[in-house]
Write a protein that binds this ligand. Structure first.
Ligand code: ADP
Ligand code: MG
Length: 703
């Protein structure tokens, strides 16, 4: 239909038509325009791309006669009776009698009296729930309910779109308004992709997909329509990231630090073990990056204990071999010292000059170290955030390695980058990040992954221990293992590690254990309020085996490596996140003996319970990261707002990972064929990328 027939006005350009204020659309007017504005809808174009958040599926409805106990059913019916009562004990029960095809059934809600007012006699409902037979009547307890509106005539489609609403606007109204806008604008919309691209990638053309996403003919059509828009959204995002990377290529140079055969052999000789295949691969990738003048920008991720340190040490020594300085930063003093101990061993027979720079140094020591760094007399610096503080100037900084990156704020990273002029840059994390997230938030980083642990690594047996079992089974067992020579941790409830409360909680737990189940053993404690010297002495006594068990906060979460420690008790496990639990457990999977980890939980919420169950069920950090991702949902996990990225409108990173992989690969290919997207057939793609991501990714005027 030509636009002007609908508009009843002289012909307009497509652009004008799409920009038509919603007020002038069929069925809107000034009042409803205000309601639409609240939904962020101002122009006709925005209505067209206002996608349903759900669909009411009127296909394949169940019939009362065919119900079976315990099965999930979908039924349509009319409200015949509403009955709310309060029992003697004060509990409320809401019953709704529904007349469905060939029979009646009852919907029940307990203790949700406010729902009463939402039901009126005669309402046409679509309900989904588990069927239960009770005294000859089928019941659905706490079913999902959708109201099917009050349109006189039956809708043509059996899949009705459900749009986000605002007060004063009904589902029926918005359906008609959107349908009108789609009809009006459809022919004015230009395809975003070149025609061959659509064909090659099996994507539905824009107009067909738009029609079907609003008024699907059936499930298959709906899926194909959604696929097109999900792909498009992810593809635009990946194009933006690819363009950002390409821009990075033009940046000033870093030193080319090639791992020649001679250097490579000299470094590898220092390692006391065979490298795993994953380590070999990661080292090859790092060395490949460092050989180029484009600064390395790589994320190395690997589960706790997967052996990331060796890769870091290789990179440090590669920089030093070329007479550049390198810095290794850790999030805690304990971990920095542990790295120092590792380096001390590895470098015992070498000439590499290195030093530790942490908050624990005296003013004099600090001064000497800083001067050594400035004059280039120190090759490697290991440190905490203290490295970042002002006054640290490197003579020839070639490489920055940041361990346990998830502990660093984005700002700290940035300030380090400024302090150092164009070093290569390697970040390491033991919090496996779901691939979909690395591909978006960290889309401008290259990623190396250590999948498997070094050989001989034992698994950790994990249990949820409740009630009397703590006293009579777990502590008994814990003690027996200590007597046999193992060491262990007791992790106190999660509170801010630096806080007074954390210290108090550690001290209390310590007292309770020292005068209770662990009185026969040498215990010590560790928390964030202790001085660096006190922490270090507690850690080294534990490392030497003088202390049998350490009562600690999550200070020990990160990177601590004591192979003989194989026992762990986590108190108040319900307060910890899944990845944190897994990090903690990683502390006891370091040696050749199997580990044992108990989680105690106090009245866990259903979500906490789910987390702990997942934690008990699997030891695979990548798997747990995915579960965490699914459980927390995309909004939270991505923290997109924190990263300043606009939210995704239709794609969902947790669900659409396959589409994301496709989009990423295709985007990389396209930007290789057409850097800057300057070909005319890519002009629309380029506009969309810049409109959406130009500012946040600082793409400037690409191409
Ligand atoms: P993470 O990835 O958690 O930082 P580490 O680098 O601390 O892991 O390594 C964990 C332990 O595994 C260390 O004791 C380390 O010496 C040991 N390790 C690392 N790589 C290997 C290997 N290829 N063979 C044997 N042991 C290894
Ligand atoms: Mg580590």
């Amino acid at each position: 239909m030509p636009y002007n027939a609908v508009m009843n006005a002289p012909a307009k350009s497509a652009a004008e038509l799409l920009a038509t204020p919603v007020q002038f659309l069929k069925g809107v007017g000034p009042q409803r325009a205000e309601l639409l504005e609240r939904l962020g809808l101002r122009a006709a174009r925005e209505l067209v791309f206002f996608f349903p958040r759900d669909y009411q599926d009127l296909t394949e409805l169940s019939r009362v006669a065919d119900l079976t106990e315990g099965n999930l059913v979908r039924l349509r019916g009319k409200v015949e009776e509403v009955d709310a009562r309060t029992s003697a004990s004060g509990n409320s029960v809401l019953g709704v009698l529904l007349a469905a095809e060939q029979g009646r059934l009852r919907l029940l809600w307990f203790n949700q009296p406010h729902l009463r007012q939402r039901f009126s006699l005669g309402d046409d409902l679509l309900v989904v729930g588990k069927a239960k037979l009770n005294g000859g009547m089928w019941e659905l307890v706490h079913p999902q309910v959708q109201w099917l509106g009050t349109e006189e005539d039956e809708p043509a489609s059996k899949l009705l779109p459900v749009y986000p609403l605002t007060e004063g606007l009904s589902q029926g109204q918005i359906r008609r308004i959107v349908a009108g806008a789609v009809e009006l604008c459809l022919d004015a919309l230009d395809e975003v992709f070149p025609a061959e691209y659509l064909a090659q990638h099996n994507l539905w053309p824009l107009r067909k997909a738009l029609e079907q996403i609003h008024q699907p003919a059936d499930r298959v059509a709906l899926e194909l329509a959604r696929r097109r828009f999900i792909y498009q959204e992810l593809f635009i995002l990946q194009l933006a990231l690819a363009l950002k990377r390409q821009r990075g290529l033009g940046q000033p140079a870093a030193p080319a630090l090639e791992a020649t055969a001679k250097i490579d052999a000299r470094i590898r000789r220092l390692f006391p073990f065979e490298l795993t295949a994953g380590q070999q691969q990661a080292i090859a990738e790092v060395a490949g990056d460092m050989a180029r003048t484009q600064p390395m920008n790589r994320l190395l991720q690997g589960d706790v204990g997967s052996g990331k340190t060796v890769v870091a040490v290789y990179a440090l020594l590669l920089a030093v071999a070329h007479r550049y300085q390198a810095v290794l930063m850790a999030p805690t003093e304990v971990l920095a010292r542990q790295h120092a101990a590792t380096l001390e061993q590895v470098l015992a027979a070498s000439q590499v000059r290195w030093s530790l720079l942490t908050g624990g140094l005296s003013a004099g020591q600090r001064q000497t170290t800083l001067e050594g760094i400035k004059r280039g007399e120190l090759d490697v610096v290991i440190g905490t955030q203290a490295v970042l503080s002002s006054g640290v100037g490197f003579a020839r900084l070639g490489l920055v390695v940041i361990d346990e990156q998830h502990k660093f704020g984005v700002r700290q990273r940035a300030s380090l980058k400024q302090a150092a002029l164009d070093p290569h840059y390697l970040v390491m994390t033991a919090t496996p990040i779901p691939r979909t997230v690395t591909m978006t938030l960290y889309g401008d980083l290259d990623v190396s992954t250590l999948r498997e642990a070094p050989p001989g690594r034992q698994t950790v047996n994990t249990y949820l221990v409740e009630g009397d079992d703590r006293q009579f089974k777990w502590w008994e067992f814990f003690g027996r293992k200590l007597r046999e020579g193992a060491q262990g941790y007791i992790i106190t409830p999660l509170v801010d590690d630096e806080s007074e409360a954390a210290a108090a909680s550690v001290e209390q737990t310590y007292e309770a254990l020292a005068h209770g189940p662990l009185e026969a053993f040498r215990l010590d404690l560790l928390h964030g309020r202790m001085t660096p010297a006190a922490k270090e002495s507690a850690m080294s006594a534990f490392r030497r085996g003088e202390t049998q068990a350490l009562v600690a906060t999550t200070v020990v979460e990160v990177g601590v490596d004591v192979p003989n420690a194989t026992m762990m008790t986590i108190l108040n496990g319900e307060r910890f996140g899944l990845s944190q639990l897994h990090q903690l457990r990683g502390r006891i999977s370091r040696g050749s003996q199997p580990g044992f980890c108990a989680v105690f939980a106090e009245n866990p919420s259903p979500e906490a319970r789910q987390r702990i169950d997942a934690f008990v069920a699997t030891g695979d950090g990548f798997r747990l990261a995915e579960i965490d991702f699914q459980q927390r949902g995309p909004g939270d996990l991505l923290g997109t707002r924190q990263h300043g990225m606009p939210p995704l409108r239709i794609a969902d990173l947790a669900r659409d990972s396959a589409a994301l992989e496709d989009a990423r690969r295709d985007a990389q290919q396209l930007t290789q064929e057409d850097p800057g997207l300057s070909r005319p057939e890519h002009a629309r793609l380029r506009t969309m990328v810049l409109r959406r991501y130009g500012r946040v990714l600082e793409l400037g005027d690409v191409g």
